[in-house]
Design a protein around this ligand. Structure first.
Ligand SMILES: Cc1ncc(COP(=O)(O)O)c(C=O)c1O
Length: 400
């Protein structure tokens, strides 16, 4: 079958490629220790499930308002006011989306012309790249570096990556996979660049509720109100409320951008199901105790990861400030990260993602997920440690 040229620009995400490898090993009966996926193992809070059940019983099963059900859009506007200090008009400035994935895709489709460049900080959540290409754009990675135990993005590197073809910056804070939560000062610097270079900012804030040790997410538009007219804020309920499979999210942006994104949406997903939006409104507007409880659980898991991987020669945990991934700096092992990943998988059954999958700035690191906890995390960490000690021993012996 002759397929469209467009398809050749699309690549499976690193997680999907690795999953195919894992499934082959599973089929051979191998024991697998997964530390890869960004899927919380915590259940969706009971009151949210109850809201969906109740909506279904009330017959809320017809086509949704494609822009988003009024109740959901109001709940989003109220949430943005309460948690982010932002004012958006639910009638014109908010769009309900099928997860953040659709929000990002519709924003890119609404703003990009063929050949325009989207700047993406490296290491980059790799699922950003294909939608940029599908929308006719070209992703350009902006390098970061590990300094003082965290991935940092500097205004100078942004400036060096800029060219007149640049149309947008796709920012993700808290940053998957790097684990960095951008500070207000860092955001101010980035905002100055975005404004100076007349870019659109797509701000993916999906991990906002999962931050550690005094780091707090601040929304770029709240830090620099001058960004408001050029920013698409993207968020979803996937991570904050453990609702990955519900496929519901939202965007907030000036009315003209939302109208353009709404056009894209009408030709494709037509929005999340009506009863799902009712449940999502309950999640946003109801008690937020479940969010605090999840954050406490992730904090305990993070500590487990940091302690479980401490003291491995040649490796250093980059302590995450947010999200549920820890990057392990394995540069001391002097091996390409994909080789470390493959050996961990094939010799020890441990599934992680190699940092190079997220761009050159991720090389030398591996991403360890603690989205799942309990015994699976304990066993995975023990096995990872064992694997790294074996894989790293030649490099360590050569150094001593
Ligand atoms: C940074 C980032 N953005 C977006 C998504 C996708 O979110 P959603 O499930 O809301 O489509 C993910 C999921 O892993 C992510 O890590």
């Amino acid at each position: 079958m002759r397929l469209s040229d467009r398809i050749s620009a699309l690549k499976p995400t690193a997680v999907n490629s690795i999953l195919a490898e894992v499934n082959r090993l599973r089929a051979e009966g191998r024991e697998i220790f997964p530390l890869m996926r960004g899927e919380p193992d915590l259940p969706t809070p009971a009151h949210v499930v109850a809201a969906a059940e109740s909506a279904l019983r009330r017959g809320r099963t017809g086509y949704p308002d494609n822009r988003g059900e009024t109740g959901f859009r109001r709940a989003v506007a109220e949430k943005l006011r309460r948690d982010n200090g932002l004012e958006y008009d639910p009638a014109t400035e908010i769009l309900a989306t099928t997860g953040a994935t659709f929000g990002i895709w519709s924003a890119l489709t609404a703003i990009l012309n063929p050949g325009e460049v989207v700047l993406v900080p490296d290491p980059v959540y790799d699922a950003y790249l294909s939608p940029i290409r599908l929308a006719g754009g070209t992703p350009r990675l902006v390098p970061s570096s590990i300094e003082g135990g965290r991935f940092r993005l500097s205004a100078q590197t942004l400036e060096s990556a800029w060219s007149p073809a640049c149309r947008a910056l796709l920012l993700n804070t808290p940053w998957n996979p790097a684990g960095t939560v951008l500070t207000a000062d860092e955001i101010r610097e980035i905002a100055a660049f975005v404004i100076e270079r007349d870019l659109v900012l797509i701000s993916d804030e999906i991990y906002e509720a999962i931050t550690y040790q005094g780091c707090r997410h601040v929304s770029p538009v709240a830090v620099e109100p001058a960004l408001r007219g050029r920013t698409v804020l993207v968020n979803s309920l996937s991570k904050t409320y453990s609702m990955t499979g519900w496929r519901v999210g939202y965007c907030a942006a000036p009315a003209d951008i939302v109208s353009a994104m709404f056009l894209v949406l009408q030709q494709s997903s037509r929005g999340p199901a009506t009863f799902i939006q009712d449940a999502a409104a309950e999640a946003l507007a109801g008690s937020q105790e479940c969010v605090a409880a999840m954050a406490t659980e992730y904090t305990a898991r993070r500590t487990k990861v940091i302690e479980g991987l401490r003291g491995i020669p040649g490796c250093q945990v980059i302590e995450p400030e947010g999200g549920f991934f820890a990057m392990l700096d394995c540069r001391g092992l002097a091996l390409p990260s994909d080789e470390i990943r493959r050996r961990l998988l094939h010799e020890f059954g441990v599934v992680v993602v190699h940092g190079a999958a997220y761009g050159p700035s991720g090389e030398g690191t591996i991403r360890v997920s603690f989205a799942s906890g309990g015994a699976a995390l304990d066993r995975g960490l023990a096995r990872l440690r064992e694997g790294l000690l074996v894989i790293g021993s030649p490099a360590i012996m050569a150094q001593s």
